[in-house]
Design a protein around this ligand. Sequence first.
Ligand code: FES
Length: 115
Amino acid sequence: MSAKVTFSPSGVSIEVKPGTSILSAARKAGVLIQTRCGGNAACFMCKVKIRQDSDLLPIAEEERRKLAGLEEEGYRLACQAKARGQVHVEVPLDPLRAAVQKLLAKQAEENDELW
Ligand code: FES
C-alpha cells in the first residue's frame, strides 16, 4: 500500500511509502518547497497548507508547538508532516515570485483601464 501526494498549483502527484514526509515527497516529485534548516523543524520556511480531507499521520507535539495554532487552519510543516494515504498540498509561491505576479496583475489591470 502506498500514499499519494498531490501538489498544487502544479498538479504534480507522486506515490510514496506511508510515513514519507511531505518535503521528501516534494523533492522526489521535483516540487520546490523552500527550506533553510534541512528538515529539522527549525526554520518554518517549509510551511504548506494541507487540504482538509488529506490523510496524514497524527501531528507530533513538537510540530504542534512550532505551528502555535496554525495547524487548525490547515497549515503543516512539510518536513514534519507525514503522508498516510491521499494528501493534497498547497505549496505557497516563493515571496519574490508572488511579488512579481502581483505587480504584473496590477499592471495588466491598469492597462485594461486605459483601453
Ligand atoms: S525545513 Fe525547516 S522547518 Fe521544515
